[in-house]
Each structure stands twice: as structure tokens, then as C-alpha cells.
Design a binder for this molecule. Structure first.
Ligand SMILES: Cc1cc2nc3c(=O)[nH]c(=O)nc-3n(C[C@H](O)[C@H](O)[C@H](O)COP(=O)(O)OP(=O)(O)OC[C@H]3O[C@@H](n4cnc5c(N)ncnc54)[C@H](O)[C@@H]3O)c2cc1C
Length: 468
């Protein structure tokens, strides 16, 4: 990287992954950088979303592993492990605060100016920050990056009260495990929390308006997970739309659209997120928004106004911290005249942190089918993998997709720590490796990644068969 436009002033609205990663790149390129943040550095990703949820899930993961102990010959006289939710949440919040402090320290070290308050655009180059009832105008900006994220979507008929009717940001205030948690919404967030609280020891009812959990994800993976959920004693209510939630004398009652009522001690509303784009002055300066309120951006994060860029969940491109960070980096490279590689969503690796985890990269089978693309595929159940047998793992699989001429097009890994196992497939997809390339690389014996090598060998056979 080189300092391309020394002395330029970049103002970043929002200190989440979209904003702080961009700020670091802009500093490296020699710009003067101001980050405006109203809540805390690291953004929702660090303070309420990714870091807290994955820290909570780390505790749940330990309990899930412990479930396999009897199969591995371990006898514990003390009965099942108990969770002290108050201690878990104290750890979660401390970890999030420490991570936020680390990010602040890093930005300060790099010479980024941090301004506390809510920023808004008065013109395309003039940002005003409100804090403690006062408005302060920042120095004129050459470039503005909007990275204001999103907040949980709520229903007017199920207003969160922070005690019994909760959004995911409020879960960490609970000091005792919910006896019976109703989770409304079976997308990624709903599925992750439903699985985690079940493992922690709550009774869980998952209310899904769709036919099965995780709509839009690989069907085999979603079906497997739903089976695992049920086998762990979770009640999964499919084709059940929640209409409202109210408090009762000692808990909550969720009324479904068909009139049925589900009772529980707490309800988590996990029905998506709304972009934080109102009141920022965006439309007033000419920045186009979609009907859902997301900022319209192109593959180099430009909005419809020259000099104003946007990154992350406020754009609705793909709500992942890794994508937000990449959009922010690309925006700064473009704005400051460095080499730019447009965003390539086809190589994004994503993971659902359930037990087992579901990791995906590249084309999904649905996309291949819908786009009429030719492909070969193979699925290897985890239960046949020798390492998985030794570890007592049964539920999961490795699925690979390749072009009939051999290029790896995508993959799905359903396994404990699939988030780690997906990386070789990501490398293959990103670098257009062939199944032959993957098949000819060594894997450790015995290892879970052996199934990736094995899958590539199976496909290599099919590809050669087609060539012949
Ligand atoms: C429960 C949950 C779990 C998740 N887990 C994962 C995961 O495991 N992996 C993953 O990749 N993604 C995960 N995500 C998605 C991830 O959290 C988001 O994609 C990511 O936070 C987006 O980053 P961002 O920078 O766009 O926004 P955010 O992280 O939301 O940061 C935006 C920041 O802007 C600030 N802000 C808003 N308006 C203003 C203003 N006017 N002035 C100043 N500051 C402002 C906010 O205070 C906030 O700090 C999860 C999401 C949820 C809900």
C-alpha cells in the first residue's frame, strides 16, 4: 500500500467492523481519519451481537461436548453440569468490553481521532455530531463512510421490555436461566440462540413461520439440524407465525396467527434487523436508499453521492462482520486511490454457530440449480470419518460441489467446529482450484478434514468419468 492522497480528511460514521477496519486502512494510506461512534468501539458486532453470542455459545459448546462423555467411557458421579447464567453473562460482557477497549486503543495508536456522539450529514462533506445535547460540526470531509449498522427488528405487538420479552441485545442482562424460552424466528440468530439455551439447560420452543428451520440454507444441513434440535428435546413449531407476545403473571404468552397460544417464561424476538439509516441526513444529501432503508452501494462501496461511501449492515449486502470489514476496506482503497478489488460475494465463507456448526462457501446447491449451472456433487457423512468416530461425533457431513470439468464451486461442512474446517474449501473456491488439486494434497490421518480430501477424490473420479 502507498500513501496516495496525503492530507485527505475521512470521516467514518460508526465504529463497528465496517467503520474501524476502514479507519485503519485510511490511516495507512495517509489520510486524517475521524471516527464518530455513539455507543462503543467495535459496534454492535463486539458489544451486542457477534462477540457476546459466540462467547455464550462457547459455554453451550462445552456442555454439548460433555454430553458425549459417557460414550467415551467417562463416568461422572456428580450428575449433569449446571450453568450459572449470571457468571456466564458476566464473562460475556467483560469479554465484549475488553474487545471494545482493545479496538479503541488500536485506533488511538494508529492516530485515528475518535469522537463520541451521533453523527449526521448536513451536506455531503459536513458531518455534525450530537452528544449530551450539544451539536458540534466536524472539519470538512473529503470522504464520508457511513457504517452505522442495524438494530433488532421488533414487532409492535411484541414490544421488548428487557425482562421477559427480549431482543438478542438484552439477553445478557438475565441473571438466571430462562425456564422455558420461546424463540420467535428460525433464521440464523434464532437457531443459534435456541440451540445454545437448550444446551445450557432451558426448555426451548422454536417458533418458525417456515416449513423448516434455517430457510435459505443448504436443505440437508437445515434438515439435519432440525432433527438434532428435536432429539435434544427442543420443541420446533414449523409453519407457525407469531402474531403477538404479552406478559402474563409469571411469564409470557405468545399468540400465533392461527390463534394458538404458546406459554413460556421468556420470549426472544429474532425476526431480523433494520438498518440504522434514518435521521442521518442521507436522503437529504442525495444518497439513495432501498425501500427497506438500506443504503444503495456498488461493488466498491460507492453510494449514489460522490465522496460518500457505505459499508456493512446498513447496506444490506450480506450481514456478516467479515463482509462489513471488507466493504469498509474497499471503500477506503477506492476513495484514496489505492488498488481496488471489487467485493466478490462468491468467496465469502459463513458459519452458523449451532451444534453441529454449519459452514458454507461458494455456490449453494440451490444457486447452482436456479442458475442452471452444471455441477457434480458428493456428500460424505461424518459418521463414516474415523476421527469423528473416535471423538463420538455422529451428526454432520461434508458436501462439495464442482464444475463437471473439475473446478471446486462450493461446499458445506456440518460438524463441530465447521467454522475452522471450511477454510480449505474456501481456499479452493477463492483460487479456482480443481478437485484434483484438493484430492492430491495430504490430510492428516485420522482427521475430520480427511473427509474433505476424500470428497475431492470421489468428485475427481466422477470428473474423470465424465471426461472419458
Ligand atoms: C446475534 C448476532 C450474531 C452475529 N454473529 C455473527 C458472526 O458470528 N459472524 C459474523 O460475521 N457476523 C455475525 N453477525 C452479523 C454482524 O454482527 C454484523 O454483520 C456486523 O456487526 C456489521 O458490522 P457494521 O460495522 O456494519 O455494524 P455494527 O457492528 O452494527 O456497528 C455500527 C456502529 O455504528 C454506530 N452508529 C449507528 N448510528 C450512528 C450514528 N448516527 N453516529 C455514530 N455512530 C453510529 C452504532 O452505535 C454501532 O456501534 C451477527 C449478528 C447478530 C445479530
Amino acid at each position: 500500500m502507498r500513501a496516495v492522497r496525503e492530507g485527505q480528511h475521512v470521516v467514518v460514521l460508526g465504529g463497528g467492523p465496517g467503520g474501524y477496519e476502514a479507519a485503519l486502512v485510511a490511516r495507512r494510506l495517509g489520510a486524517r481519519v475521524t471516527v464518530v461512534e455513539k455507543q462503543g468501539l467495535g459496534g454492535a458486532a463486539v458489544l451486542t451481537d457477534v462477540v457476546p453470542s459466540k462467547t455464550l455459545i462457547a459455554t453451550a459448546e462445552w456442555l454439548t461436548i460433555a454430553e458425549r462423555a459417557p460414550d467415551l467411557g467417562i463416568r461422572s458421579g456428580a450428575g449433569p453440569a449446571q450453568v450459572d447464567l449470571s457468571a456466564v453473562n458476566t464473562r460475556v460482557l467483560a469479554l465484549a468490553a475488553a474487545q471494545s477497549a482493545d479496538i479503541r486503543a488500536r485506533l488511538e495508536r494508529e492516530g485515528v481521532e475518535i469522537v463520541t456522539g451521533a453523527g449526521r450529514l448536513e451536506s455531503k462533506s459536513r458531518v455534525v455530531v450530537s452528544h449530551d445535547g450539544r451539536d458540534v460540526a466536524l472539519d470538512e470531509a473529503d470522504t464520508v463512510l457511513v457504517a452505522t449498522g442495524a438494530t433488532p427488528r421488533t414487532l409492535p405487538t411484541a414490544v421488548p421490555d428487557g425482562e421477559r420479552i427480549l431482543t438478542w441485545t438484552q439477553l445478557y442482562q438475565l441473571d438466571a436461566l430462562p425456564e422455558r424460552l420461546i424463540v420467535v424466528g428460525s433464521g440464523v440468530t434464532g437457531a443459534e440462540f435456541a440451540g445454545a439455551y437448550r444446551a445450557l439447560g432451558s426448555e426451548v420452543v422454536l417458533v418458525s413461520s417456515r416449513d423448516r428451520v434455517l430457510p435459505g440454507e443448504d436443505e440437508d444441513a437445515a434438515e439435519l439440524l432440525e432433527g438434532v434440535f428435536r432429539s435434544r428435546g427442543m420443541e420446533v413449531m414449523s409453519r407457525s407465525r407469531a402474531a403477538s407476545a404479552e406478559r402474563t403473571a409469571d411469564g409470557v404468552a405468545v399468540t400465533l396467527a392461527d390463534g394458538r397460544v404458546v406459554e413460556g417464561s421468556h420470549v426472544l424476538i429474532a425476526v431480523g434487523a433494520v438498518p440504522s439509516t434514518s435521521g442521518l441526513g442521507l436522503e437529504e444529501v442525495g444518497v439513495a436508499l432501498t425501500p427497506s432503508g438500506h443504503v444503495v452501494v456498488d461493488k466498491v462501496s460507492r453510494t449514489t453521492v460522490r465522496g460518500v461511501y457505505a459499508a456493512g449492515d446498513c447496506t444490506g449486502v450480506l450481514p456478516l462482520a467479515s463482509v462489513a470489514a471488507q466493504q469498509g476496506r474497499i471503500a477506503m482503497a477506492h476513495a484514496l486511490g489505492d488498488a481496488v478489488e471489487p467485493l466478490r460475494l462468491g468467496t465469502v465463507a459463513a458459519n452458523i454457530f449451532t451444534a453441529p456448526e454449519i459452514a458454507t462457501v461458494g455456490y449453494s446447491e440451490k444457486q447452482l440449480q436456479e442458475q442452471g449451472l452444471r455441477y457434480v456433487t458428493t456428500t460424505l457423512p461424518l459418521a463414516r470419518n474415523p476421527r469423528a468416530k473416535m471423538l463420538g461425533m455422529r451428526d454432520g457431513f461434508v458436501k462439495l460441489f464442482a464444475h463437471p470439468q473439475g473446478t471446486v464451486r462450493g461446499g458445506v461442512v456440518v460438524a463441530p467446529r465447521a467454522s475452522e474446517l471450511i477454510f480449505p474449501i474456501t481456499l479452493a473456491v477463492a483460487n479456482r482450484l480443481t478437485v484434483h488439486d484438493v484430492a492430491s494434497a495430504f490430510t492428516v490421518y485420522p482427521s475430520l478434514s480427511g473427509s474433505i480430501g476424500e470428497g475431492a477424490r470421489v468428485l475427481h473420479g466422477q470428473v474423470r468419468g465424465q471426461d472419458g
